[in-house]
Ligand binder design. Sequence first.
Ligand SMILES: Cc1cc2nc3c(=O)[nH]c(=O)nc-3n(C[C@H](O)[C@H](O)[C@H](O)COP(=O)(O)OP(=O)(O)OC[C@H]3O[C@@H](n4cnc5c(N)ncnc54)[C@H](O)[C@@H]3O)c2cc1C
Length: 449
Amino acid sequence: MENKKYVSGGEFMVNDPEAKNIFIPEDFDEEQLMIAETCRDFINTEVMPNLDKIDAQQEGIAKELLNKSGELGLLGISIPEEYGGFGQSFVTSMLASEVMGTGYSFAVTYSCHTGIGSMPILYFGNDQQKEKYLPALASGELIGAYCLTEPGAGSDANSGKTKATLSEDGKYYLLNGQKMWITNAGFADLFIVFAKIDNDRVLSAFIVERTFPGIKFNPEEKKMGIKGSSTRQIFFEDCKVPVENLLWGRGKGFRIALNILHMGRIKLGGNVIGAAKLAVEQSVNYANDRKQFGQFISSFGLIKQKLAQQVIKTFTAESAVYRASRNVDEFIEAHIGTITREEAIVKAFEEYAVEAAILKVYGSEALDYIVDEGVQIHGGMGYSSEMPVERGYRDSRINRIFEGTNEINRLVTIDTLHKKGTKKDFPLYERGEEVISTLKNISGCCSSR
Ligand SMILES: Cc1cc2nc3c(=O)[nH]c(=O)nc-3n(C[C@H](O)[C@H](O)[C@H](O)COP(=O)(O)OP(=O)(O)OC[C@H]3O[C@@H](n4cnc5c(N)ncnc54)[C@H](O)[C@@H]3O)c2cc1C
């Protein structure tokens, strides 16, 4: 029998791993903690003092911050050393995501670039594409964005109408169509664009440079929160994309899109832990500072209950995120040798689709609860834009919408588990039968009345 060195995706439903095999934040080593410290210093010195300028989208500020984080190596954490990055493990990149997640709008700018904007080229690019683009993405010389959503194609992402047709001389694809809600669109240099070639039923993916002819941008969207994150519509009108910029192969775009979304969902789980810890800290500080009825409001039972709930949800999200992230690393390590590292990473994201969807749903809903109670603990001051909890409250809401809405992620969780159970990846239904028969044996339970 195969001596499996990793926990299968979804297996948590039926098997209890040994405690020693579960990764917890206390297991981070010195190098990982140093990377986290670099992220924290960057957020505290470059992002926090500039939050208002970032949210006002002051000309050039987002790109300047990305460039500075690139100088510190923070854009290349997941990019291999041969392409100018640090080639760190997935769990390390998650620790960076957590700390960068405290950066309000900038967290979205950063995650978009380092995740959905850059990783498609690392995971699915050929050698020439990687050599051409990855070093510049790792340094911040080029900034990435990801263009899947269209006005008529959101949750149903494969229904997009953007078309790619081969030019008569066979040297270019001509892209025509419209993309919507594109993060970093205001200043990105490189776009991963999904389109259907001719009358294909499935998407293909293309690497599109901002300077290619035939791209137009709408003005910035006016949003409820993450106001400092650039979001625009993009129009492609006979946009000339060299054939060598087709990513991975014709008709493989939907698989790219799905796997990048699985990755993005786990990363979002990391981001929300950072934002949650910050909101808890703000809530505790305020509760220990504000007095009513002659005492600190933190002494009131109802306020204590809110703080406790905030901490419980943060701890739960943190535990689940790092446990699943280590599962990803162990899966990758177990498969390198038979396949390349990048292929193993892609397989890992497919493997842990259930965990990714759960982390996204739980993390985003936990954060919404935490920031909401954060506002409540601040009373009227929580409603004032002078207080950071107000920004945190507005910025949190997007997490339930992008990277697949929480409704879609709930469907992914159940559909994927069902498929794994049916394929007998692990004895999901057999275990269910056992539970039912145990219940039936309990006297008086499950009677037909
Ligand atoms: C600020 C922001 C940044 C974004 N950044 C990017 C980006 O960088 N790149 C990119 O490609 N996209 C991006 N998006 C798009 C985002 O991923 C989509 O908005 C999201 O996938 C939902 O699509 P939609 O808005 O079309 O909603 P719809 O798909 O129209 O959904 C509307 C409602 O119906 C529900 N629904 C849909 N289908 C089902 C179903 N089968 N069962 C039950 N309920 C269902 C949804 O959950 C939702 O509640 C961004 C969006 C925003 C707001």
